[in-house]
Each structure stands twice: as C-alpha cells, then as structure tokens.
Design a protein around this ligand. Structure first.
Ligand SMILES: *[C@@H]1O[C@H](CO)[C@@H](O)[C@H](O)[C@H]1NC(C)=O
Length: 331
C-alpha cells in the first residue's frame, strides 16, 4: 500500500515538476510513426534499387536455404565447421527478412510510414541479428584456429556440446547487447522531423531525429559498437595465429590447405566488417542518406554473397549441392 501510495505521490510530483516534459510526451504520443525516406531521394534511383532488391532478396533466401539443406543432407558435412556455416546462413535469412520485404512492400504500395512499434521491432531484430552474425563469424574463426593449431585435440575441444554452447552464447550476447539500446531509444521524444534517412529504422537515424538529450545514448551506442566489434579483434588474432603456424612449417601443401579452409571465411569477414565500419565508425553528424547505400551493402548484399563465396570455393560444398539437386531430380 505504502509503495503504491508513494508511487502515486511521486507520479504527481513528476507531473507537477515536469510539465515541459509532459508537453513533449504529448508531442511524442502524436507521433503516429516515422517516414522511411528510402535509399535515394530520386524516384528513378529508388526504382532501380527496388529492382535490385527484387533480385537480391529471393537469391539470398534460396542461396542460404540451399546451404542449410545441403549441409544437413550430406553426412560428410556433419561437422562443426559446416554446422556453424549453416547457422550463419540461417541468421542471414532472418537478417535480410527484417528489412527487405518491408522495403519492397512499401515501394509497391507507395507507403513510406512505419509505426513507432514497428520501427523499434525492426531496430531490435536488425541489431540482434547483426550481432549474432558477428559472433558466429568469431566462432567460425575459433573453430579454424583449433583445427589448425591443435588438430589432435580438435574433436575434444569442439565437441557437440561446446558447439551448441558457442552458438547459444552468440545469440545470448547479441540480444544482451541489443535490448538496452531499444529500451533507451524507446524512451526518447520525437518532436517534429520524423523522416528516417534510410530504408529501415536504425538506431543512429533515430538518435539524430530525437529532440531529447542523447548524450548518454550516443555513449551507449559506442559501447555497443565496441561489443559488436570484439569478434573482429578475435578473428584478426585468430588468423595471425593460423598464419604464423602455417608459415612456421613452410610447406606449399599446408599453406594451400590453410588458404582453402580459411579463404572463404576471410572474404566474408572482410565484406561484413568492411561495410559495417563504413557506417558506424564515424561521427553521428555525418550520418546521412549516402550511408543508406553502404547500409544496403551489408543488409542485403553481404547475406546474399555468403552462400556463393562458400559454395563456389569449396569442393565438398559443391559436391553436397550437386547431390542435393540430383536427389531432387531423381525423386
Ligand atoms: C547450428 O549449430 C548447431 C550446433 O553445431 C547445430 O546443431 C544446428 O543444426 C545448426 N543450425 C542450423 C540451422 O544448421
């Protein structure tokens, strides 16, 4: 009772003391949503992007689904490296499904509005899945380091149980690194400009639009970007280790083997972090529509390329895909 009572008093207090804040709140509640400006302000370019996405999205779905099917249907690929790859494909499917279908539908229907709730939901899944992607890439690098530096203990260290823990751990860290930001962003006020300079809602765009004091949010965003980039540091260190081991025993065969198992992963890692760095590692002020093009690269193009990078460079993967098709055709 007393707690409820004091809560009532403090509510009353705040309503007396923060009339200015209350007016802001009113402004916020009149916010029906945001307007997604899209990738470009020019209709012609926007049409071009629409056609591109219309091609990219189904390719992403089909490519990644094929990877998952091929890995699960071929017993020879039932090992941690490929299970992690299947997980990466799974995250990529979800990742591009958070933004692209909405963008396509909006363009078709000529709608640019997204509700506040829709905006937060999109932000949540974007950030959580991007973080998961990042951590799974680190798990894949760890898998390679163990395979190359401790081949005799590989099956003990990367056991089914630790595989499971590594994957679940990636999801948990990713969500833990996202939830605080969504809560922080949901308490911001927006008064006036509601045009998001992108084709989906992301945290920097919303911070830029807010009329609240965003100093704390910006600091937290830097922290989150740090947590997001931790895997990159780990990956770089892993590869330094892999290559120092390989180069210490200089045999052409060893070097070729290391390149063939790590090459695809390195390509994906560079593509992924390269584009993300292009967006987040720069001042918030310079955040503009131009970034939307880079954003497009990592929200849509990278997830589409991953399966191609892995399947085109990997003989086992190609064999599994071939088997998958011949099985389908014969049945
Ligand atoms: C993800 O990895 C786990 C652990 O290796 C595996 O059991 C699971 O099948 C993978 N998920 C997918 C979609 O392949």
């Amino acid at each position: 009772m007393t707690i409820a009572h004091s809560k009532f008093i403090s509510n009353l207090d705040s309503s007396l003391f923060y009339t200015k804040g209350a007016m802001r709140e009113e402004n916020q509640s009149s916010t029906l949503g945001f307007i997604l400006l899209g990738i470009s302000r020019q209709q012609q370019q926007e049409n071009l992007f629409f056609i591109l996405f219309l091609f990219i999205y189904p390719s992403t779905l089909i490519g990644n689904l094929l990877i998952i099917l091929a890995i699960h249907s071929d017993v020879r690929l039932h090992n941690p490296m490929y299970f992690f790859l299947a997980n990466l494909s799974f995250v990529d499917i979800l990742f591009s499904s958070v933004t692209v279908p909405k963008m396509l539908a909006n363009h078709l229907l000529g709608i640019k509005v997204i509700s506040f709730g829709g905006c937060l939901t999109q932000m949540y899944f974007m950030s959580a899945l991007a973080n998961t992607d990042s951590y799974i890439l680190a798990v894949m690098a760890y898998d390679r380091v163990v395979a190359i530096s401790r081949p005799l203990h590989y099956t003990v260290i990367i056991s089914p149980r630790s595989c499971f823990l590594l994957v679940v751990g990636s999801w948990v860290i990713a969500n833990a690194n996202t939830l605080p930001h969504i809560l922080l962003t949901s308490s911001l006020s927006f008064c006036g400009n509601q045009e998001v300079a992108n084709f989906y809602c992301d945290i920097p765009s919303l911070l830029k639009l807010s009329c609240s004091d965003i100093h704390f949010n910006v600091k937290m965003l830097y922290l989150a970007t740090g947590v997001f980039c931790l895997p990159l540091i780990f990956i770089i260190m892993s590869y330094i280790r892999v290559f120092s081991i390989v180069l210490c025993v200089p045999s052409t065969k060893g070097i070729l083997k290391a390149f063939s198992t790590c090459g695809s992963h390195l390509t994906v890692v560079s593509l992924y972090y390269g584009t993300v760095m292009g967006i987040y590692v720069r001042p918030l002020i310079s955040y503009s529509l131009k970034n939307a093009v880079i954003t497009m690269m990592y929200t849509a193009v990278t997830p589409m390329l991953n399966p191609f990078i892995y399947s085109l460079r990997n003989r086992d993967m190609k064999a599994a895909l071939g088997k998958l098709f011949s099985k389908r055709i014969s049945s």
